[in-house]
Ligand binder design. Structure first.
Ligand code: LLP
Length: 946
């Protein structure tokens, strides 16, 4: 595997001699010999000669080290350039390594070069020989400054590397060879570059070993090239062989044993390895992450910890989506997919060594080690499919190839792909039709410049019609079981539907779905998609075992405050209510609704405080509980009713007697209108029929007219009330007829109304309705008020952004500047009551079927039909076990004889037993009011509490 017979004993002196000190037996130029790595410290015999300037702040081995046994695990810690650039950061490394050691692990620390040093070394390779000495001087200065900052008197090993760097760079090496000139190419030039660049890590690791040892943690310096041997990859060119090598690695217990005999804490270099000839080679992009993964696999470590400047992988790039959630757990494939489709925190290359060796990979934040981070490990089988991340890549080039009768031509694809190969281009995504094949080229995989693409197009034009489309962007949704989530992606598809999508590709491993669009479309797209995925339940952010806090919550200056639901503080009271026998005087028992009036009141006050709104009418269909109606009436809110029954419910409340009322029926019988007119209730008509056939009812009256503005919105198709497929509202093309009928019958249209759907979270919606209605009102003339309907949504899923009421108000005020002459009305239902209500249920039975765990309770679709009817998502907790760890994934079901009787799918809850009380949240709106006697089960009880 690692090939060279230098492994035994691993004494650094012997190893250095074998790999560097002795010239190879045949065929190599001396310059080549010089590029073999020789450890300048070899003569030191592996011990650390650094001394602390101030006679050691801490006695050596001050850190408590647990005794080790032959089976003590290895832990690999990796730190990047900024994490090793200051003495303070090194103290963190020291603490972390010491803590692992104290916990009984053997430790290997893998480090990058100090931040900026690799770039400086690369630049040095590219500058004329005469300028290299000055560049080396700067690097010497930089490293010596850190030595001073680390309070070390000097680091002999590092001085050795600085000397060898100078020799290699300037040609004044011990062999007297001249360093290659910039113009030189070929294997030697590339190996020389590799040898130069390796010095960054050789230096940082030498300083680190000295620092840790001087500060009490005896640390062995380990040359990574001892362990990592680049594999021979056929067809790899010389440059890649030297500068982007790959290592094939398997666990090597003998190596682990030999290393264990040498010490218990090691520090080694990321980014570097050796080739079959003993030369130093580099691992290319993401090299240090990859090295850590290789060491993890080689030692079959307990884990590899990658320490970086962010707590892990997120559901989207947090710079674009501050609301992105930390992914606390990922399997290797998902992590690989996220890393290769845009996430920068971990290089995709480093995942497969860990995957093969089944070594868990952690990502942690060096500055905030207390954050949980991301753990990449085999996934427990019991996880629901979910989209884990949405990512984007810019700079994609699409090549569309068109030819008639392509499929009849044997070998067409072989021919065109040969041309890609000839131009050194690797293809990412492929889409095909009968006469067209379109492929994408990713800039991270290809050196994409216009010359290369032009050369490819010229070659391709000989076999087909070619179109190059650029710049494009690829937007990828990643998650295991993508195909089973397609039905939830309608909102996402609608978002893409507004723009041109060039290519859609679903990966054959069922892990990703990619859309290639014009690059310009990317602005603002990711936050929208992220929100849509959460809202659609496709990104299961409710599963707190997988989805951690948002980036904003972890790092944001203005983190969105986490508002604890009222029922947390009312838990004891709720449990008490739930345990009362059902039907006990109408209070308590399960299934039962509980409404929290203080929450309702707060909601009412927030709406009444809107500057732009003149009157608020509560849509009582959402919840007609007497205490709810009373509370809202006391707050000065009016009532919007749709049936004589609802009008009677308001009439029954003393406090509501003087309240404003609205009657907004749809396809109601004549007598309903007559009933409302008799009572002097404001009426809203939404079609021609009433005016045409019952005009006598309305003659001499003022009415509102409900308009269909042509589109519907809302959380589900069934609650969208606009457009031709919806039965509501007067279509605009009938407006003139309605107006002349009204005139004819002396009916005054004083109000315009539009309600286009329910559960809307977009703050711009109501201002848009306002502007639409206002412009129509101008055509009619007699209109004095505009009713913007209801539809104000509440977030259902954890992490979903709530409706920004202040933004609604501000935007309405802006429209008001243009149309100040109208009174504004609003008629919300859900927003007032949803979060004020919960449904309590009792666990009846549990059952397992294969891998599926059912948790049965006495509240089924008869008590709450929203999940069955709209796929609505309600939070569910086990109130009896609120603080226990959620371990089991449940289908929460009711007692009704239908397979659709599911209140919640794939809910992670503590293991439940019969009699536990479940709480179903956000159930105050359209819960009790839509409940039924189905299966002749009694209606859920309800109670309001202060
Ligand atoms: N105004 C009119 C004319 C309405 O039809 C409705 C609700 C509202 C106001 C109040 O809408 P809200 O603010 O509550 O969204 N059962 C469905 C909701 C149906 C809404 C029917 N109309 C659900 O559970 O989601």
């Amino acid at each position: 595997m690692r090939g060279r017979p230098v492994r035994s004993g691993l004494a650094p002196t012997a190893f250095a001699r074998a790999c560097g000190g002795v010239a190879p037996t045949t065929g190599c130029r001396r310059a080549d010999t010089r590029l073999r790595f020789a450890a300048p410290h070899a003569k030191l015999g592996g011990c650390i000669r650094a001394t602390a300037r101030h006679a050691c702040r801490l006695p050596v081995n001050a850190y408590v080290a647990a005794p080790l046994s032959p089976t003590s695990p290895w832990v690999v810690l990796k730190f990047g350039g900024t994490s090793v650039a200051t003495a303070e950061r090194w103290r963190t490394i020291l603490e972390l390594a010491s803590a692992r050691r104290a916990a009984g692990a053997r430790v290997v620390v893998v480090v990058s070069a100090l931040a900026g040093v690799t770039d400086a070394l690369k630049a040095l390779c590219g500058c004329p020989r005469g300028e290299r000495a000055a560049a080396v001087d700067k690097l010497v200065e930089r490293h010596r400054a850190l030595v001073a900052e680390m309070d070390l008197a000097g680091v002999e090993r590092a001085e050795g590397w600085l000397a060898s760097l100078r020799a290699l760079a300037t040609g004044a090496d011990p062999d007297g060879e001249q360093a290659p000139d910039v113009s030189e190419t070929g294997p030697t030039q590339y190996l020389w570059q590799a040898a130069i660049q390796a010095h960054g890590e050789l230096l940082s690791s030498s300083l680190g070993a000295a620092f840790m040892t001087a500060n009490g943690l005896a640390t062995e310096w380990l040359d990574a090239r001892e362990a990592l041997l680049a594999r021979e990859v056929p067809f790899l060119n010389e440059r890649s062989r030297a500068l982007s090598a790959q290592v094939q690695i398997e666990a090597d217990p003998a190596f682990a044993l030999a290393l264990a005999a040498r010490g218990s804490v090691f520090i080694t270099q990321g980014f570097i390895a050796r080739d079959g000839g003993g030369h130093t080679v580099l691992l290319g992009r993401g090299g240090s992450d990859t090295s850590a993964a290789y060491f993890g696999a080689l030692l079959r470590a307990e884990r590899v910890e990658t320490w970086t400047d962010v707590a892990g992988m997120f559901t989207a790039d947090p710079r674009q989506v501050p609301n992105a959630r930390l992914l606390q757990r990922l399997d290797y494939d998902e992590a690989q997919e996220i890393a290769s489709t845009g996430a920068k925190v971990l290089h995709a290359r480093c995942i497969s060594p860990c995957r093969r060796a089944r070594v868990p990979l952690w990502i942690k934040d060096t500055k905030r080690p207390e954050f949980q981070g991301t753990v990449i490990a085999p996934m427990p089988p019991e996880t629901a499919p979910s989209i884990k991340a949405v990512s984007s890549r810019r700079g994609i080039t699409l090549v569309s190839m068109e030819t008639a009768g392509m499929w009849q031509e044997v070998g067409f694809l072989a021919d065109v792909f040969a041309l890609f190969k000839q131009n050194g281009l690797s293809v990412d995504l492929i889409g095909s039709a009968e006469t067209n094949v379109t492929v994408s080229l990713d800039p991270t995989e290809n050196l994409l410049d216009s010359d290369v693409v032009a050369a490819l197009a010229t070659d391709l034009s000989k076999v087909c019609r070619v179109k190059v489309i650029a710049p494009c962007a690829a937007v990828t949704l990643v998650g295991r079981g993508m195909r089973s989530m397609l039905h939830r992606l309608s909102g996402v598809l609608a978002e893409f539907g507004r723009e041109r999508v060039h290519l859609i590709s679903q990966s054959s491993n069922n892990l990703n779905l990619t859309f290639v669009v014009d690059e310009g479309m990317l602005d603002g797209l990711l936050p929208r998609l992220h929100e849509l995925l959460i809202r659609a339940g496709a990104m299961r952010t409710d599963d707190t075992a997988l989805f951690g806090p948002s980036w904003q919550a972890l790092y944001g200056e203005q983190a969105r405050p986490v508002v604890q639901p009222w029922w947390r503080t009312e838990r004891t009271r709720l449990l008490d209510l739930a345990r009362r026998p059902a039907g006990d005087g109408g209070v308590g028992g399960t299934p039962g609704y509980v409404y929290h009036l203080p929450t309702l009141r707060a909601r009412a006050r927030a709406l009444m405080a809107l500057k732009a709104i003149d009157h608020v009418y509560y849509a009582i269909k959402a919840n007609a509980h007497p205490a709810v109606l009373r509370t809202l009436a006391e707050e000065g809110i009016g009532f919007e009713c749709v049936s004589p029954g609802e009008l009677a419910a308001v009439d029954a409340i003393d406090a509501a007697r003087g309240s404003r009322r609205l009657f907004t029926p749809n396809f109601a019988p004549r007598e309903d209108y007559a009933h409302a007119v008799e009572r002097g209730v404001t009426l809203t008509l939404d079609g021609l029929h009433p005016l045409r056939h019952w005009s006598e009812l309305f003659a001499g009256h003022d009415i509102n007219l409900r308009i269909d503005l042509g589109r519907g919105l809302g959380h589900h198709d069934k609650v969208r009330t606009g457009g031709a497929t919806s039965k509501f509202g007067l279509p605009l093309e009938q407006l003139d007829e309605f107006v002349s009928l009204a005139r004819e019958h002396a009916v005054r249209i004083v109000g315009l109304h539009a309600h286009l759907g329910s559960g809307i979270l977009d703050a711009n919606y109501w201002p848009w309705v306002y502007a639409q209605l206002a412009s129509i009102a101008e055509r009619i003339g007699s209109v004095t008020r505009l009713d913007l309907g209801g539809g104000l949504g509440v977030p259902a899923h954890p992490g979903e952004a709530p409706l920004d009421l202040a933004a609604v108000d501000a935007a309405l005020m802006e429209v008001k500047q243009t149309y100040p002459q109208y009174e504004l009305w609003l008629e919300p239902g859900r927003w007032l009551v949803a979060e004020a209500g919960v449904l309590l249920a009792r666990v009846t039975q549990t059952k397992s079927k294969g891998a599926v765990n059912y948790l049965g309770c006495d509240a089924g679709m008869h008590a709450l039909i929203r999940p069955a009817l709209y796929d609505a998502w309600h939070p569910i907790v086990n109130l009896s076990r609120l603080d226990e760890t959620a371990t089991t994934l449940y289908q929460v079901v009711g007692p009704i004889c239908e397979s659709g009787d599911v209140l919640g799918s794939d809910r992670r809850l503590p293991e439940a037993t019969e009699g536990d009380v479940l709480l179903i949240g956000v159930a105050g709106a359209y819960g009790e009011s839509m409940a039924s006697h189905y299966n002749l089960r009694p209606l859920a009880e309800s109670v309001a509490i202060e």
